[in-house]
Design a protein around this ligand. Structure first.
Ligand code: C5P
Length: 207
């Protein structure tokens, strides 16, 4: 299954009228499956989740088996497994994506796509990050999503490199001034550590 965060900004900038916005949102929500595939929570079972960010700290971590061991494995954006299995695992049950330019028509199974309500992004920004930065990162939203749908959340692949850049595990960073853009990287990282300290999540810091 893929979760896609709503491209709200794009809808607004393409044709900034309220009726165009409403039409686009209606079309978007027609794509949502009628029944959610996520089971209701129950005292009889424990859904464990791995949330895998794209940090370079996954390199040489050997977290692969630990990631694959969880029921749900959430990856994001350009996160890939081929060639990195020992460190990031092989399974993917959900792939969360933020805004990416797309063709107007693509061949895909719409029943495997979920569009998260744009107000979820606002909720994460206001409630979890106290409005720090311009907007939350895909990874932080995926983590909050996991807290809502999982009984146990294992978090891998979060953390900037020593220069403060959000380097990825699959590439050598060329742009040394990447930083964390409009995302409040430090606040998000501090929140992840705090959640770990309170044993709400288990955070694997990598190498
Ligand atoms: O960079 P990208 O958006 O593909 O990475 C997915 C998520 O992983 C980010 O939104 C961020 O939350 C997290 N990340 C991180 N540290 C990095 C790279 C990514 O925390 N070095």
């Amino acid at each position: 299954m893929k979760c896609v965060f709503s491209p709200q900004k794009r809808i607004q900038s393409r044709n900034p009228t309220f009726s165009a916005y409403k039409k686009a949102v209606k079309e978007m929500f027609q794509m949502i499956p009628i029944s959610a595939e996520v089971e209701a929570s129950s005292p009889d079972r424990c859904r464990t989740c791995a949330v895998v960010g794209n940090s370079v700290n996954l390199k040489k971590s050997h977290y692969g088996p630990l990631v694959d061991f969880q029921d749900v494995v959430i990856r994001m954006n350009q996160g890939r497994t081929k060639g990195f299995e020992a460190d990031v695992g092989t399974r993917t049950t959900h792939h969360v994506m933020s805004y990416a330019p797309m063709k107007s028509k693509i061949k895909a199974n719409k029943d495997l796509v979920m569009v998260l309500n744009p107000s979820f992004m606002r909720y994460v920004h206001e409630v979890w990050l106290q409005k720090k930065g311009l907007y939350p990162s895909t990874g932080f939203m995926a983590l909050v999503l996991a807290l809502h749908i999982c009984d146990e959340v294992h978090v891998f692949g979060y953390g900037a490199d020593s220069d403060g850049n959000w380097s990825h595990y699959w590439e050598e960073l060329r742009n040394k001034k990447l930083k964390t853009g409009g995302h409040p990287g430090d606040t998000e990282y501090a929140m992840i550590k705090e959640l770990d300290q309170h044993r709400i999540i288990t955070f694997y810091r990598g190498w």
